[in-house]
Design a protein around this ligand. Structure first.
Ligand code: MG
Ligand code: MG
Length: 272
């Protein structure tokens, strides 16, 4: 579909994005030692269907589940299984929904119980990098400005930016133009236009940026076994500026966290 969405289309994507936000918020209080990712997957599928929507990933490119669940050294695209989570794990959950013909797609990396301070920093900085990228998603800028903002921020900590997997436009299909790399050069690449809707999704490794893939054909993990974090939002350009369509506020409500990090990117309160 067109790179530039109408106001009505943006609202439909917002509704789908917010259903993903609520799904992640529902999962947030379920993530604890002893729980399996397959249990989380079933809860998410039921929740999405109960809200008159369809899991966006299930069957997409033949993916077998509702959630991509990627613990510890897994970067993305992990398949839910019956291995219990344990204290000190981190767990990246990526979720998509299709509702009224439009997709939402976003992700959060959760701590399972208490995690070590170095890993906590990886999570905090990857999420901060996401907002650096969002800040650069505005008319007058280009794709490379978002990638640069993310890469420049995280590489100061010695982290690795995954190269092979990138963010993307979204709308009536899950993955549309433009591709949104998490690395790049300022002033390079496609111009951002009013009404564009994208997923920005830094995948940041505590060690090398290099990755490998399991024989299951899906799971991506770090080449050196170091942990990896993944945070993703859906954003539209409205009046030239980034407007957040998804929110982590349901997660924060569940976890008892207060945060003002989204305030700069939202012109209207969340109403659903
Ligand atoms: Mg995603
Ligand atoms: Mg995505």
């Amino acid at each position: 579909m067109s790179l530039q969405k109408t106001t009505a289309e943006i609202e439909l994507i917002r509704n789908s994005a917010l259903l993903v936000s609520k799904t992640l918020g529902m999962l947030a209080s379920e993530i604890k030692p002893g729980v399996t990712t397959l249990e989380l997957d079933k809860k998410a599928e039921t929740f999405i269907r109960d809200h008159n929507a369809t899991p966006g990933f299930l069957g997409l490119y033949d993916f077998p589940n509702t959630l991509c669940v990627s613990p510890n050294e897994q970067v993305v695209h992990g398949i839910p299984n019956d291995t219990p989570l344990k204290e000190g794990d981190i767990l990246s959950i990526d979720c998509g929904v299709l509702q009224n013909g439009y997709y939402g797609d976003h992700a959060y990396t959760f701590a399972v119980g208490e995690i070590d301070p170095e890993t906590k920093l990886l999570l905090d900085r990857t999420k901060a990098a996401l907002y650096k990228g969002i800040e650069a998603f505005r008319t007058g800028n280009r794709v490379g400005d978002v990638g640069y903002a993310i890469q420049h921020y995280v590489e100061q900590f010695g982290y690795g930016v995954v190269r092979e997997l990138v963010g993307h436009g979204l709308g009536t299909t899950m993955h549309e133009k433009p591709e949104m790399p998490n690395f790049g050069k300022r002033g390079r690449g496609k111009n951002f236009l009013e009404g564009m809707v994208v997923a920005i999704e830094p995948m940041i490794n505590r060690g090398t940026h290099r990755i490998k893939q399991l024989k299951d054909g899906w799971t991506i993990l770090t080449a050196d076994g170091a942990p990896s974090a993944h945070f993703e939002h859906n954003i539209a350009i409205v009046n030239g500026n980034p407007e957040l369509l998804s929110t982590f506020s349901y997660i924060y409500d569940a976890l008892g966290i207060s945060s003002d990090e989204e305030n700069a990117f939202r012109t209207a309160p969340i109403t659903t």
